[in-house]
Ligand binder design. Structure first.
Ligand code: TRP
Length: 320
């Protein structure tokens, strides 16, 4: 079956290895056999902060990350919220399909509120999952490859699609969630790899930067390296990272290191990550910022045509 795949990222900073194994690898695979849209979710940046920050710089960085990992602009439509008014307009009818109670019990939203440094929680914080339904449904997306935290949002999208179809006319497919198969990647401190925790290896890091980051990674003082997720999460995290980069089992890598201790472990991880990132770095070096921006301009034009068609269909189904 040919899917319409929709996924995206907030342009709040560079993508890292956790993103790669969690969802980006899936995208690179899926682009060959499916219709694919990748969203630079710029309007979503202001859900958990007051200002968009260095939004233009972050958008350019995200575009370079996408192209560097091998997303092919001839196959994938890369676009941004702020360039597609008709997508944003879908939010209004979609909001009429969900209750306040449903908005308030979204576990990912609750978690983001708990971790937000904002003084007040904005209305957008509660409604952005419905905006995300507009992201997915404007192109009639059928498959959404994302991390586990995005599951509740895909549930909202499924609810919106079903309710619209029941209340008005069968306009939307009910999309499926596709989770990455890789285990959640731990960052350099043993916690979940995340840009906000400062424990990530960005895909754009140079070989030297990568080595410096791994040198500072937390480990323990037991010389024999073993893969133990519970007792030794930091060491296990590094072994998992090396394993994913090398396409090998972390247990096997631990056995090879044996009594080499943290020093040998870090050397192995650094080599594995740098080897893995080498082709990504090569591709990035071959793309200019101007070219990256042009990819977005063309993607925006294409996505907008699609959004206009869907909004027309929605209005007609509703009788406006
Ligand atoms: N919320 C996603 C994130 O924070 C980004 C996103 C916005 C998205 N719209 C989407 C993901 C639609 C999948 C589908 O990473």
């Amino acid at each position: 079956m040919r899917h319409t795949v929709l996924t995206g990222d907030r342009p709040t900073g560079p993508l890292h290895l956790g993103h790669y194994f969690g969802t980006l690898a899936n995208r690179v695979k899926l682009q060959h056999d499916h219709t694919m849209y990748v969203l630079v979710a710029d309007y979503q940046v202001i859900t958990d902060r007051d200002l968009p920050g260095e939004i233009q710089r972050n958008i350019t960085g995200l575009l370079l990350d996408y192209l560097a990992i091998g997303l092919d602009p001839a196959k994938v439509t890369i676009f941004q919220h702020s360039a597609i008014p008709e997508l944003n307009q879908l939010l209004l009818p979609f909001l009429s399909l969900v209750s306040m109670a449903e908005l308030q019990r979204n576990p990912t939203v609750k978690d983001e509120i708990a971790h937000s440094s904002q003084k007040a929680v904005s209305g957008l914080m509660f409604t952005y999952p419905v905006h995300q339904a507009a992201d997915i449904l404007f192109c009639k997306g059928t498959l959404v490859p994302v991390g586990k935290d995005q599951g509740p949002h895909v549930e909202v999208t499924r609810l919106v699609a079903r309710r619209f179809n029941e209340r008005y006319a069968p306009v939307f497919p009910v999309p499926e969630l596709l989770l990455g198969e890789a285990p959640v990647l731990r960052g350099l401190d043993g916690g979940k790899m995340s840009k906000s925790r400062g424990n990530a290896i960005p895909l754009s890091a140079t070989a030297d930067e990568t080595a410096a980051l791994i040198r500072k990674a937390r480990t323990d003082s037991t010389r024999l390296i073993t893969f133990d997720e519970v007792e030794r999460p930091e060491v296990a995290g590094l072994l998992t990272m090396a394993g994913l980069c090398l396409g090998r089992s972390p247990v096997e890598i631990a056995d090879e290191i044996g009594y080499g201790g943290a020093a040998q472990l870090k050397k192995t991880v650094t080599e594995a990550v740098n080897e893995f990132l080498a082709p990504i770095r090569r591709r990035r070096a071959g793309i200019s910022e101007t070219e990256a921006r042009e990819v977005l301009r063309q993607g925006n034009a294409h996505a907008r045509e699609q959004a206009i068609l869907t909004l027309d269909e929605v209005r007609a189904a509703m009788g406006f």
